[in-house]
Design a protein around this ligand. Structure first.
Ligand code: AMP
Ligand code: ZN
Length: 479
């Protein structure tokens, strides 16, 4: 294991400060991140959160930990705030599809998009519908311990009862009295003892498709219970890291903590990490605000807010130029600047390997490497790391201009660690052959063939035509 992990500090939302990272098991890390609700095309804001956790996942692995990264798929139980309709069921009615077709369609979209960003797959991607029994069992335990009550076939978490022993709202620093005052104005459900009580299980009406049999009749789980049940199942009663977007802090994560405490007597995770929001014109990008920018629109240049198309890696570089705990505003101007910067950094690998080494040395590569690790150890500070890459770009230019020199030993360190930071940790290599790139390559081949054909080099042009035909690409020449 590398020595640099001793210094890793993580900002823990529970204590609101940076803490030295100590995993429960010396060599392993358990990390649970709340995944998407698959009822809609994933937008760039969602992507930012998963891009941020990819860096965390990659860096922990780089430090030598065996990481079990669990990221769930919410495919039932996430209700609309106002109408209390299940988001998946509502979308299914709208698109005239089965709810499970909606789930499949948007899960595929989610996975394809994250692949374009070159994100590593989590180790387990459990779904809520695949864990109904686990959720029912956990709800039964909460009832047995006296922290939930059954009403007309639904089960609600009893926050006042819970608060007699524990403290609800620790993560978001809310206290129950404030919450009671806030929610007086809210339309309370008649079934709940208190408006702040949240559903663990909802009774399903006759027309409801996504429902399961339970000790309380046919119904479906509430949103918060799935993460508690699946987190415990795959990572244990207490694990290292729990993450998600900052908008999930309350109520979702405070409810998760309450559920775990009421069954196991402890907070499920030692470190809570929350990523901040991607905004557009200063407003949170959100499915409900209807201001979403979709990744494909950026990759193919069809979004009117942007003057041209940008590659997934440019977007990723742009995201990493901000720290994950700060908000980040996307704009055409910002992407153009990121693209320019990324071009410089991208070229570095080739440039480092072609610089001439000399006997003299003006650049301490080990020091530079240490500073890069310092950036990452400082709560995964990607903008600081990128600033170090820009420093390196400047130095390499100076060495090329012969205003500075580097010896072989330091050059070798640079070659090795540039790759570590750029490829292994930031994951900026674009080795996916995207559809757009495939189209561009095909266009190039056709153009070359056309040139051969017009110059009457029929042997070559026919060869290309036949080979393409074998691959299933048919060409119809217009005489
Ligand atoms: P959802 O599918 O809405 O549950 O969101 C999936 C994940 O994306 C959650 O962790 C959210 O916190 C996160 N998320 C949603 N909107 C944004 C945004 N504008 N910027 C960053 N993360 C977001
Ligand atoms: Zn969750």
């Amino acid at each position: 294991m590398s020595s640099s992990n001793k210094n890793l500090k993580i900002y823990n939302s529970l204590s609101s400060q940076k803490e030295v990272f100590n995993s429960i098991n010396k060599k392993m890390v358990g990390m649970y991140v709340c995944g998407p609700t698959v009822y809609n095309t994933v937008h760039l804001g969602n992507c930012r959160t998963f891009v941020s956790f990819d860096l965390i996942f990659r860096y922990l692995k780089h430090l030598g930990y065996k990481v079990r990264y669990v990221r769930n798929i919410t495919d039932v139980g996430h209700l609309e705030d106002d109408t209390q309709e299940d988001k998946i069921s509502k979308r299914a009615a709208l698109e005239k599809l089965e709810p499970m077709e909606i789930v499949q369609k948007y899960t595929n979209d989610f996975r394809n998009t994250l692949q374009k960003f070159n994100l590593l797959n989590p180790n387990i991607e459990p779904t809520a519908t695949g864990h109904i029994i686990d959720q029912i069992e956990m709800i039964e335990k909460i009832i047995k311990n006296g922290f939930a009550y059954v009403k007309n076939g639904s089960v609600y978490f009893d926050i006042k009862e819970f608060n007699k022993k524990y403290k609800y709202g620790r993560l978001s620093n809310r206290n129950l009295d404030d919450l009671i005052n806030e929610s007086r104005q809210l339309k309370g459900s008649d079934e709940k003892k208190n408006p702040q009580d949240f559903a663990l299980w909802k009774k399903a009406g006759k027309k409801h498709i996504m429902k399961w049999n339970s000790p309380w009749g046919d119904g479906f789980p509430g949103w918060h219970i799935e993460c508690s049940a699946m987190g415990h199942k795959y990572l244990g009663k207490q694990f290292d890291i729990h993450g998600g977007g900052i908008d999930l802090k309350f109520p979702h994560h405070d409810c998760e903590i309450a559920q775990s405490e009421s069954v196991y007597g402890n907070n499920p995770a030692n470190y809570w990490i929350h990523t901040n929001m991607l905004t557009l014109n200063g407003k949170k990008m959100s499915k409900s605000l209807d201001n979403s920018v979709f990744p494909n629109e950026i990759f193919n240049g069809s979004n009117k807010e942007f003057s041209k198309k940008f590659s997934p890696m440019t977007l990723k570089f742009f995201m990493y130029q901000a720290h994950y705990r700060n908000t980040l505003d996307i704009s055409n101007h910002a992407l153009l600047a990121a693209e320019k910067g990324f071009e410089k950094i991208k070229m570095l690998a080739g440039e480092i390997s072609t610089i001439n080494e000399s006997k003299k040395n003006d650049f301490n590569a080990s020091e530079w490497v240490d500073e890069c690790y310092d950036a990452l150890n400082d709560d995964f500070n990607s903008p600081k790391l990128i600033a170090k890459l820009f420093d390196l770009h400047k130095t390499v230019s100076e060495i090329k201009n012969r205003t500075k020199s580097i010896d072989l030993k330091n050059k070798k360190i640079l070659i090795r660690f540039y790759k570590v930071f750029y490829s292994e940790i930031l994951g900026l290599d674009d080795d996916n052959l995207t559809h757009e790139k495939y189209d561009e390559i095909l266009e190039l081949i056709l153009e070359l063939r056309e040139k051969e054909r017009l110059s009457k080099n029929y042997e070559k042009s026919d060869y290309i035509r036949d080979k393409l035909s074998e691959l299933g690409v048919k060409i119809n020449d217009k005489i």
